[in-house]
Design a protein around this ligand. Sequence first.
Ligand code: GDP
Ligand code: MN
Length: 385
Amino acid sequence: MKIHEYQAKQLFRKYDVPVPQGDTSTDRQGVVDIADKLGLPVAVKAQIHAGGRGKGGGVKLARDRAEVEAAADAILGMTLVTKQTGPQGRLVKTVLIEKGVNIKKELYLSIIPDRETASITIVASQDGGMDIEEVAEKSPERIIKVPINPLIGIQGYHLRQVMFGLELDSVLMKSFGKILRSLYTLFVDYDCSMVEINPLIVTEENEVIALDAKVDIDSNALYRHPDIVEMHDPNEDDEAEAEAAKYNLNYINLDGNVGNMVNGAGLAMATMDIIKQAGAEPANFLDVGGGADAEMVENGFRIILSDPKVKAILVNIFGGILRCDVLAQGVVQAAGKVQLNVPVVVRMEGTNVEEGRRILAESGMSLINATDLADAARKIADIVS
Ligand code: GDP
Ligand code: MN
């Protein structure tokens, strides 16, 4: 689960990781009041669950009252488009106002789990800031990685490896080391899948401060973090994904135009692979689950069709617990209630497949039958190409 920057910074404060003074507001007057209290200059920052806000105009520095008002007007209510939001962008409802700081150097620091080494890995660079992706691409040697065995935990030599790798000034080592240790503890305590600070800055006064904060918590661990559950912001939920969750459907919105309805996560992944192989792009991942009933299939259709990107739908079902005749009934039921206004390719095999085919054939619907998965992929790719 993602949380906002200001919420991540609340966690940082709890762990004694220095962050700028600041507060949030949802309206212009609130922004002005907070700026007055903090003293100028201030940074006004859009709170959305996506990075790259600076480049998209979602972070502004204000040196006087007029600039504070201008920044509030520009950011509050804007649809912020960044590399991470997709072209539709994200509506900004809240801003964080922070006391401005004098930046001498911008570092990058993050902690992530690394499956390859089965470790918790620290990633750091002395070239932090808004162009970190470019650094990773063009000069990967400027990015250091230090794996930590989670059974041993963070040790002095890990800290030294990171600090020497960053060519950190010796006067900063004590405070940097303390921050890194605290972040590691936070990462473990909160079952994080990511903690990232970009930039972690060194000020003219030689203080080390987290200017940005990104924390992602493993959703499977939320049951033991009620304070994180409370941070959930429904504004940031994908509408279709939230709707799907209501019906226990496993749905993830993607960028392509082939809607998918599949039973079983593995089969869904395989279906997406084969769609891509045929030269098309999936619009979603949808696992209706092994024990789906006709109603779930209908809801699945409705959710897929609510996505305007969808140009065709591929139904790929292996009838096991979900029998083919039940699926077929669901498809017919859905067609009666929602406008099936795109071509639908059906591939099904397994339990009661003959009965399923009969139901579909007699329904009068114009479905496109596929003999096998490869045939299905070819047909769907032909339709959308
Ligand atoms: P992101 O673009 O979504 O990662 O947002 P950040 O919080 O990282 O802000 C983007 C950039 O704005 C940072 O890299 C800083 O250079 C700059 N910035 C943010 N806050 C301040 C501040 O208080 N003072 C100054 N001078 N620059 C800031
Ligand atoms: Mn940042």
